[in-house]
Write a protein of this length. Structure first.
Length: 164
């Protein structure tokens, strides 16, 4: 298990004073407004301010003083240490903890492995491998029967998966 969790993707610079835009990767983007720091490639950035802006966050850090510095971070992921992340409620999980889990369709007698979680819009999409092929499946209750983080498996309906 990684000691850091991705919280958002830096999508660019805003203005000339070094503000960055972060696209949140969380089910509750509001919690990122309380952010005190984030890491990029292991380097720590303190947060002076964070505010919502058109589905993203505008973040100002003392370490980023101009647009050029902000633009160098574009495309990178902001992370926090796991112990500083928002606590999970019963039945919740961190998306990246699902990567590497076994995925099982008991009815079809098939197994695979989760290789990625995509967040394109309305529902997260689980990417998995099974029998040498890659598949995509929307992570909705009709497709996912059970997520067991303790035993590291997901039970799902492989019939809902679409071959890549």
């Amino acid at each position: 298990m990684r000691e850091t969790l991705e919280i958002g993707k830096i999508t660019g610079a805003h203005g000339i004073a070094g503000e960055i835009t972060i696209f949140p990767i969380t089910d509750d983007p509001e919690r990122l407004l309380k952010l005190k720091y984030f890491l990029v490639d292991g380097r720590r950035y303190e947060v002076d301010s964070a505010r919502p802006h058109k589905g993203t966050l505008l973040v100002k850090c003392p370490e980023i003083t101009d647009r050029t510095s902000a633009e160098k971070l574009k495309g990178k992921y902001a992370e926090v240490f796991r112990e500083d992340a928002s606590p999970l409620k019963e039945g919740e999980y961190y998306i990246e903890d699902l990567i590497g889990m076994r995925i099982i369709d008991e009815a079809a007698g098939k197994e695979g492995k989760v290789i990625n979680i995509l967040s394109p819009g309305a529902a997260d999409v689980l990417e998995y491998e099974s029998d040498g092929d890659k598949y995509l499946m929307a992570m909705v209750k009709e497709n996912i029967c059970e997520i067991n983080t303790e035993e590291s498996y997901i039970k799902a309906d492989f019939g809902a998966g679409v071959k890549e």
